[in-house]
Design a protein. Structure first.
Length: 446
């Protein structure tokens, strides 16, 4: 859903309280003015109860308190700005919350976790947060919120003669090679690709490391795929992008795709290739086309790949980390695992320990240093961390130099209908395993 559609000027206020509870009182007051059926005491209790189990502090001075209640509306978003700063238990001692985005969601809002994740992703940029907090007045703050949350915020791509020529030729090649789609690697351009800059009658897939909520004027892109890469090489995101497109059903295994891109940040298209999907993935498919297990949601696999890639890029506290995620076929996987440590996810609500919940990111990253695997259901619920895989399947072959973590991933993917994803602590490479076959999703760290 478009986030700008739930941003109302009447629910944007300057906060006077210096503590979180007082700030929530102020935000609930502006909600009740419009929606008199809301019960502020009950909402406040729910908001504070969530804070006691999992912090809603996102970092960069932004908090995202949220609660689900029975109401006719899907969402109500209230936004408070504090120039003085608000104390928050989830922040470091010297940090203060400057922006509170309070989300009230109806119990029937099915995309609740996705909306939370979208809001959280939008406010990960320090410059954007500073721009909002330092707006001269609330009207300007509202305009900036709508603009920032309503679509692409690119620096204009250099549309020089070579770029226009390359794109025209990419279309000709795509048609001549009977390609199903044209995949455009947007990170070639600093700030992304300007809306309307690349008109095409073909199905076009934009690949970018930045989250984009397409607006009405971005219809030239049939689909946007967010894939992070720590390499500036040409088309470094290609394999992961094709995998995500397959999971979403945007393309099929028998399709051919034309890809165009260049060196990240170069502002210049210089590479054009045609990819036959079945040839690219034929070893992984092993004569079968069900790459995604039946019980695994595509968005769950996407989210795990994103978290794994972030761990590979960032490590933890400046040190590289290695970890293993096993997704799907939970009953069978449970028979082949045992705990190495007390399960840190035991006893929490399923909604709070779902990998799609943006507040799970830091939790998963924090527990990534524990020996053992994360066991994740196909719907995204994290069942355990620190689990020992005891699968003994031998129907796989690993390249030399890979250790026990990769062997466990290969074995469990053979013994069960699951997908395993490994982050290598030594190389930083992210690798997917299905039926014992490995598919590197990122390059090795140099």
């Amino acid at each position: 859903m478009r986030l700008d559609r739930i941003i109302a000027r009447s629910r944007i206020v300057d906060l006077h309280s210096l503590d979180l509870e007082g700030a929530l009182h102020e935000l609930l007051a502006v909600c009740v003015e419009k929606f008199s059926d809301l019960k502020p005491e009950m909402l406040l209790k729910g908001l504070l109860a969530r804070e006691s189990t999992m912090t809603t502090y996102l970092g960069l001075g932004v908090a995202l308190p949220h609660v689900r209640v029975k109401m006719r509306r899907r969402y109500i978003l209230a936004i408070g700005r504090s120039r003085a700063g608000i104390r928050h238990d989830g922040a470091l001692a010297d940090e203060r919350v400057r922006l509170i985005m309070m989300l009230i969601a109806g119990e029937n809002a099915r995309d609740y976790l996705q909306v939370l994740a979208s809001i959280a992703q939008q406010v990960k940029e320090a410059d954007l947060v500073d721009n909002l907090v330092n707006a001269p007045d609330l009207d300007t703050l509202h305009e900036r919120l709508v603009g920032d949350f309503g679509g692409i915020r690119p620096v204009q791509a250099q549309q020089n003669r070579v770029n226009r020529l390359m794109f025209r030729e990419a279309e000709r090649v795509a048609r001549g090679a009977d390609c199903r789609a044209l995949m455009v690697f947007g990170d070639t351009f600093i700030g992304g690709i300007e809306a309307g800059a690349l008109p095409s009658k073909l199905k076009t897939i934009l690949v970018t490391r930045n989250l984009i909520e397409p607006g009405e004027d971005q219809k030239e892109f049939s689909e946007t795929i967010q894939v992070r890469s720590f390499s500036s090489q040409r088309l470094a995101q290609l394999r992961s992008a094709i995998l995500v497109a397959l999971m979403r059903g945007v393309i099929a295994f028998k399709d051919r795709v034309c890809c165009i891109g260049g060196v990240t940040g170069s502002n210049q298209f210089d590479t054009l290739i045609v990819v036959d999907i079945d040839k690219e993935f034929q070893t992984l498919l092993t004569r079968q086309t069900d790459l995604l297990p039946a019980d695994v949601k595509p968005e769950v696999l996407e989210r795990v790949i994103a978290v794994a890639t972030e761990l590979a890029v960032e490590g933890r506290e400046g040190r590289p980390v290695g970890c293993l995620f096993v997704i799907g076929d939970n009953d069978r996987v449970a028979e082949l695992t045992k705990p190495l440590v007390l399960n840190p996810f035991y006893g929490y609500k399923e909604e709070d320990r779902n990998i799609l919940n943006p507040f799970m990111d830091e939790t998963v990253k924090e527990f990534s240093s524990i020996d053992g695997a994360f066991i994740i259901r196909g719907d995204g619920v994290v069942e355990s961390a620190g689990s020992l895989i005891q699968a003994t399947a031998n129907d796989y072959t690993l390249p030399s130099g890979l250790g026990s973590r990769h062997a466990a991933a290969a074995a469990v993917s053979v013994a069960t209908q699951s997908i395993a994803i490994v982050v290598s602590s030594s190389t930083g490479q992210v690798t997917l395993f299905r039926r014992g076959v490995m598919l590197p999703l990122t390059e090795k760290r140099r």
